[in-house]
Design a protein around this ligand. Structure first.
Ligand SMILES: NC(=O)c1ccc[n+]([C@@H]2O[C@H](COP(=O)([O-])OP(=O)(O)OC[C@H]3O[C@@H](n4cnc5c(N)ncnc54)[C@H](OP(=O)(O)O)[C@@H]3O)[C@@H](O)[C@H]2O)c1
Length: 509
């Protein structure tokens, strides 16, 4: 039997089939153009028929009675679909051609490996904060021999998890990683060390690590150890995994996503303030996923008083974000759902009392010592203020007894502003390692957040409804006078979710 190798695949438009002849010259036999949508298999089959016909002719020309070939069939455009390796034997008896054809193994190309790595990285969503989502796959001789992802902050990184899953030596293998391997001692030892120890020959990296402790250092260490390093492979897709990490690691403040649900006429509640529900179940399910993915969720006291929300994550196996309520004068009722559940779900209430010290009010703090003394020239005002301070502290204590942490962040730069300084709040939350916040405010807080420049992304859920009337909108406040003064957004994507639409924008700075 003569050995032959035959390749078949599809290009982006349809099927591409070919085989290499015995003398090594590759002959493309057929190209079948056409749309891939739903017709891939038909086009691949068509391409294969043409390959077989071509082989038949080739056998005739070479007076061969039988031919054995290995055929790689791409289903889908190269890099996006699966590649199945087949063995086939063609025999000629007279004018008849018999084909025996069986699937041998699934093989993949580099794009498919990296897409698998991205898929793995997603498994860490919601759990690995403030670390990035990272995946890793180790490939040897066209086979995946190890896989891993970064599951939780403080636990092994993706590369080390992939190495731990190895079923055979990784010597000479290629590792695919969504993010440049770290080269410094953090909560875990450097991944570059593990890659070098395993004698891995090649590292294919998606995103560069903007962490100043890494930033090109990982790739450099690997190259210095004689390892081939490929950078920026499917970089856009890998970067899309970690906008939160990229923002947090460089600014030390949370990545804020302003999310709202509105009607097609731009209303987030009816004229009576009712907002349950604007969007359908599927869109609300997506919001639950976003709550799981973000470390914090923030709303204003207006929303708490109007809706008495829980602001938790209701998906099975999901994680509750830290709830942050902006409430300048601590109007939050003790019987609210937030207060009642604060022992179970971490909750922060942010006030803005200029007469109180800045930052977190410690639970054991002595109110008499902590309150700033009133001006000596106004004795009456002083005693009134003391009473005021005492009543504030008594409210703070009762919130703390509910399990709530109270942060006082008055706007020291603008004494006219009686509400918390949101830019300063972001710095304080960043120190608590809160790297991402889902802003589910009403229009008042949303407007302040945009004005303070703390919002990075906007997600508008648009329901196919019209409320009309004097109802609240996603962004209240004074508004701008001319279109040029608008907050500028850059369109990212739009997705239909059930009957609703989710449009994502990046806020231009
Ligand atoms: N459809 C949706 O997606 C959606 C989402 C949320 C809310 N809503 C609806 O929106 C309505 C509530 O709107 P809202 O505007 O009153 O709610 P909000 O923006 O959540 O709360 C506003 C209040 O937050 C307090 N606040 C604290 N710090 C602030 C700051 N730095 N900047 C601005 N405000 C600050 C202010 O009260 P103090 O001065 O007392 O602190 C302010 O009045 C409700 O009808 C609710 O159902 C709809």
């Amino acid at each position: 039997m003569r050995m032959n190798r035959c390749n078949s695949g599809t290009d982006s438009k349809g099927g591409l089939a070919g085989f290499s002849s015995l003398d090594g010259r590759r002959t493309v036999i057929a190209v079948c153009a056409g749309s891939l949508c739903g017709r891939t298999v038909r086009y691949v089959m068509k391409a294969l028929q043409i390959v077989f016909a071509g082989l038949d002719l080739w056998m005739e020309a070479h007076l061969a009675r039988a031919v054995y070939c290995v055929m790689d069939v791409h289903y889908g455009a190269p890099g996006t679909g699966s590649v199945l390796r087949h063995e086939c034997v063609l025999r000629r008896t007279g004018c008849r051609l018999r084909i025996r054809w069986r699937e041998r193994e699934k093989i993949m190309d580099e794009h498919i490996y990296m897409r698998r790595v991205i898929e793995l990285a997603h498994k860490g969503e919601g759990w690995c904060h403030p670390n990035p989502m990272v995946g890793a796959v180790i490939v040897k001789d066209g086979r995946i021999i190890g896989e891993g992802y970064h599951a939780r902050c403080g636990e092994l990184h993706a590369e080390r998890n992939a190495i731990a899953s190895l079923r055979e030596s990784a010597k000479g293998a290629t590792i695919y990683v969504t993010l440049e391997p770290c080269c410094h001692y953090g909560r875990t030892p450097p991944c570059t060390e593990a890659i070098i120890e395993q004698k891995i020959a090649r590292v294919v990296i998606g995103s560069r690590d903007p962490n100043p402790k890494v930033s090109g250092g990982g790739a450099k260490v690997l190259r210095e150890a004689g390892i081939e390093v490929v950078e920026d492979f499917l970089r856009d897709e890998c970067d899309a995994l970690n906008p939160v990490f990229f923002h947090y690691i460089t600014t030390k403040t949370p990545y804020v996503i302003m999310k709202y649900a509105m009607t097609a006429d731009g209303k987030i509640a009816t004229k009576t303030g009712a907002s349950k529900w604007i969007t359908g179940g599927e869109a609300r399910g997506r919001v639950q996923q976003m709550r799981h993915a973000c470390m914090g969720i923030m709303a204003g006291i207006g929303t708490v008083l109007a809706d008495d929300p829980m602001l938790n994550c209701r998906i099975e196996g999901g994680r509750d974000p830290v709830r942050i309520i902006c409430d300048s004068t601590l109007r939050i009722p003790a019987e609210s759902a937030i207060c009642r559940t604060a022992q179970e779900i971490p909750t922060i209430v942010v006030s803005a009392f200029p007469e109180l010290p800045d930052g977190e009010i410690a639970a054991a703090e002595n109110p008499a010592k902590s309150a700033v003394s009133p001006a000596p020239e106004a004795a009456d005002a002083a005693s009134e203020s003391k009473t005021g301070a005492e009543s504030i502290y008594s409210k703070i204590r009762s919130l703390q007894q509910c399990g709530i942490r109270v942060f006082n962040i008055p706007d020291r730069k603008d004494p006219e502003n009686s509400r918390p300084d949101l830019a300063e709040l972001m710095k304080q939350l960043g120190k608590l390692e809160i790297d991402s916040i889902l802003l589910e405010g009403g229009g008042t807080l949303n407007e302040s957040a945009l004005r303070a420049g703390i919002v990075q992304e906007v997600r508008a859920f648009i329901a196919p409804k019209l409320f009309g009337g004097q109802a609240k909108t996603p962004v209240e406040g004074g508004g701008v006078s001319v279109p040029d003064e608008a907050v500028q957004l850059e369109y990212k994507s739009a997705e239909r979710i059930g009957e609703d639409l989710m449009v994502t924008y990046r806020v231009k700075k």
